[in-house]
Design a protein around this ligand. Structure first.
Ligand SMILES: [Zn+2]
Ligand SMILES: [Zn+2]
Length: 288
């Protein structure tokens, strides 16, 4: 199995000299099994770069899958710029939670209404099937997908993908159920333990870590986590690698480095054998 990060930023794209290393594009992760089954998790602006890459390589699937955690802008804005949706011969199955009053397809078409964008979803020429997503389990060819609701400001799904003897868990966007869990060594309680159990034994946990403890104190209820919380989740779940992602748009590469180093200093002794890193746009992780 292979995991590649195409977008690691939260909330809004932030190109510029201060975000060159960790990247300015919003959430997008590609997971590919050894058999070639390809699942794209979230379609932030990183998706556009993935589409350009596929246009220049033979190693692309003809039938692939999209899992949307939710339909906030930073998780769907790449869709109108994703070339494979405008390419006949491609087939896509798109899964995501439905809106409060309409289907996933209708929600996605909203951002491509004429008031916001010149090209509507009717211009997609690939074969596209939309699926409203609920908690549960299903298979995408050889990949087993489990879905669990997260704690965010709208209905949001976390994903657990199992294939080739490996497990990857994606939890963006998510806020601790109990605000105290965002800080220091405060232990996880009931619902946050259940959230951690969803990642039990994962080889890789990709988790929202948008805020520092100081930032979180000012943004309780905004739907995001601290790296401190993610470390406790990882420790409780016994995961092997932790990718901190959905980086705060105001954080430069240097700020992310500094935050990561302080987290590593603070938690590495308590979490022997668990690797913590900050996800970088373009980074690929290979599992044997
Ligand atoms: Zn987000
Ligand atoms: Zn969100």
């Amino acid at each position: 199995m292979q995991v590649k990060f195409w977008g690691t930023r939260g909330s809004i794209p932030v190109p510029g000299e201060g975000t060159v290393r960790y990247g300015g594009n919003t959430s997008c992760v590609e997971v590919r099994s050894a058999a070639g089954t390809t699942v794209i998790i979230d379609c932030g602006t990183g998706l556009r770069v993935l589409g350009q890459h596929w246009a220049s390589t033979e190693a692309k699937p003809i039938h692939a899958y999209i899992l949307l955690s939710h339909t906030h802008w930073d998780h769907i804005q790449g869709l109108p710029f994703f070339l494979p949706l405008f390419t006949p011969g491609y087939e896509w199955d798109v899964y995501g939670p439905k809106g409060l009053s309409c289907s996933l397809k209708d929600t996605l078409s909203g951002q491509m209404q004429y008031s916001y964008f010149p090209v509507g979803m009717g211009h997609f020429t690939a074969a596209i099937h939309y699926h409203d997503l609920l908690e549960g389990e299903f298979y995408l060819k050889d990949i087993k997908v489990s879905v669990r609701y997260l704690h965010h400001t709208t209905l949001t799904c976390g994903f657990r993908l199992e294939v080739d003897g490996c497990v990857v868990v994606y939890s963006c966007d998510h806020e601790p159920y109990v605000a105290a869990a965002a800080y220091g060594d405060t232990p996880l309680t009931e619902q946050d333990k259940k959230h951690a159990e969803f990642a039990q034994g994962a080889d890789l946990l990709i988790h929202d870590a948008q805020y520092s403890e100081e930032e979180y104190a000012k943004k309780i209820g905004w739907g995001h986590s601290t790296a401190e919380y993610v470390c406790k989740v990882a420790q409780y779940a016994g995961v092997k690698k932790v990718a901190l992602t959905h980086h705060e748009p105001t954080q430069s590469d240097e700020a992310i480095d500094a935050h990561l180093h302080s987290i590593q200093d603070r938690f590495s002794k308590k979490m022997p054998g668990i690797e913590i890193f900050a996800a970088m746009e373009g980074q690929t992780i290979l599992f044997p």
